[in-house]
Structures are given as structure tokens and as C-alpha cells.
Design a protein around this ligand. Structure first.
Ligand code: KIV
Length: 271
């Protein structure tokens, strides 16, 4: 086990030390008590209560509809399960963009009502004022650049971002703005690996990638995707570690069969 595997509680400070010592950070999403308990016990460093809950938990086709109350419900369930990991909760669409007073109020609700350790927000220069206001209240902020799913209607597509010079330059500048503002880490989603590596080298804070290659300081995936519960979503960056859809499907088929054949419950399974 690495030095950091033995750390009793992951803090934003530990994550910065991990970057500087070259130890890669492992991050996954979770939205409920039971799965958060498993991934925390398995040694995950950061648990993101992502607004991807809108997709994988609620079945929406974007992250936009999920509400602050719904995110708070998911985050509370996760926090109750976690002993070691740093829990970061996404600020949902519409709770921080363009209004730093609203942003601070939303972040305070997340911290106060859920016990999360930090919040995550999508955007660069445009949301700098909100980030600074939240940080001034002592709330750690993780940034999120590159493909930002809350802006899907602006992009019109989920393709790789920042392939062109202009967007790449803005991304580098936004990453520096987030660092200067005081963010403790940045997620980079679906951008060229070479650009992600350049950004990870240009800033001192940890850069966590999803579809951003291995030149960054850590990786994040959506739990339901890496476990193979979701089947329809298959981007190139996704490594599936299991086919849980198949496992659950088979178990349910067997359960139905056992009921139909009156094999379940048997004598030992009754009172
Ligand atoms: O909501 C989410 O799951 C995320 C990850 C994809 C980084 O933001």
C-alpha cells in the first residue's frame, strides 16, 4: 500500500501533497449510502456526488434538471457512509451561474445540510466572482473545465472540447484563473491528452481527468459507467471494470424462475 493509502482522512491538503509526490488520485462518483460505503472502504480518495445523478439515478438526458434539494438528498446519503474519502458535491445548474449571492447561498446549503467537504462548479472566468465569494466563506471549491455538461445546449454535442487553438488557449487561461482564485483542484473533461498534460504541469493544484489522458494528477469516472450498469454510454475513455448489468439481469431472472417453480422460499428460508 502507498503512503497515502494509509492516510486516515483525505483532505484538500492531502490531495495537493499527492500531486507533488506524484501519487495519482483516484476519484469516483456515488449518489447513495450503500455504494459510497463500498467505494470508501475500497480506498477511493475522492467521492464526487456528481450532478450526473440526473442521468444515472433519475434518467434525464442531461444534467440540467437536477435540483439543489435533490443534490442535497444524494450528498447526505453519501456523507453518512464515508469515513476516509473527501466528499465533493456538484453545484447543480442554475444555483451559481451569474449571481454570486445565490452561489454562496447554494454552497452554504450544501455544506450545512449535507456535511460535504467541498463543492464543484463548472466554468472559468465567467464564474470567478462566485468562486471567490464561496471561497471567502471557507468552502473549498473544485473547478470543472473542458466539456461542461451543464452547457450542453451551448455546445449542442458531447464531442471532445478544445481541439482548436482558441478554445485551448481559453482553457489554459481558465485553469490559471481557477488556481489563482483559490480552487483546490480542477476536473478536466474530454479534452486532448496533450493539452490536459500541459495544464497539469502549468498549475500547482491537482488536475483530475475524465477523458483527458494520463498526463494529469488523477482520474474520475462515473461509478455506474465503470461498473457496467449503464450500457448505452460507451465513450472511448470509459474502461468498464465489470458487467454489472449482466450480473443483476441474471440474478433477477433466477429469482423469478425460483418463485415460479416454488423453489423459493425453501424450508430453511421460512419460519
Ligand atoms: O457529474 C459528474 O459525474 C461529473 C464527472 C463526470 C466529473 O462532473
Amino acid at each position: 500500500m502507498s503512503v497515502y493509502g494509509k492516510v486516515r482522512k483525505i483532505t484538500t491538503h492531502v490531495l495537493k501533497e499527492m500531486k507533488h509526490s506524484g501519487e495519482k488520485i483516484a476519484m469516483l462518483t456515488a449518489y447513495d449510502y450503500s455504494s459510497a460505503k463500498i467505494i470508501d472502504a475500497a480506498g477511493i480518495d475522492v467521492i464526487l456526488v456528481g450532478d450526473s445523478a440526473a442521468n444515472v439515478m433519475a434518467g434525464y438526458d442531461s444534467t440540467l434538471p437536477i435540483t439543489l434539494d435533490e443534490m442535497i438528498y444524494h450528498a447526505k446519503s453519501v456523507v453518512r457512509a464515508v469515513d476516509r474519502a473527501l466528499v465533493v458535491t456538484d453545484m447543480p445548474f442554475g444555483t451559481y451561474q451569474g449571481n454570486s449571492t445565490l452561489a454562496l447561498a447554494s454552497a452554504i446549503r450544501i455544506m450545512k445540510e449535507t456535511g460535504s467537504h467541498a463543492v464543484k462548479m463548472e466554468g472559468g472566468a465567467e464564474i470567478k466572482e462566485s468562486i471567490i465569494r464561496i471561497l471567502s466563506a471557507g468552502i473549498p471549491v473544485m473547478g470543472h473545465l473542458g466539456l461542461m455538461p451543464q452547457s450542453i445546449h451551448k455546445y449542442g454535442t458531447y464531442v471532445v472540447r478544445a481541439k482548436g487553438k482558441e478554445e485551448a488557449e481559453k482553457l489554459v487561461s481558465d485553469a490559471k484563473i481557477l488556481e489563482e482564485a483559490g480552487c483546490f483542484a480542477i476536473v478536466l473533461e474530454k479534452i486532448p491528452a496533450i493539452l490536459a498534460k500541459e495544464i497539469a504541469q502549468a498549475v500547482k493544484i491537482p488536475v483530475i481527468g475524465i477523458g483527458a489522458g494520463n498526463g494529469v494528477d488523477g482520474q474520475v469516472l462515473v461509478l455506474h459507467d465503470m461498473l457496467g450498469i449503464t450500457q448505452e454510454f460507451s465513450p472511448r475513455f470509459l474502461r468498464r471494470y465489470h458487467n454489472l448489468y449482466k450480473e443483476i439481469f441474471g440474478a433477477v431472472e433466477n429469482y423469478i424462475k425460483d418463485i415460479r417453480t416454488q423453489d423459493f422460499p425453501n424450508e430453511k428460508e421460512q419460519y
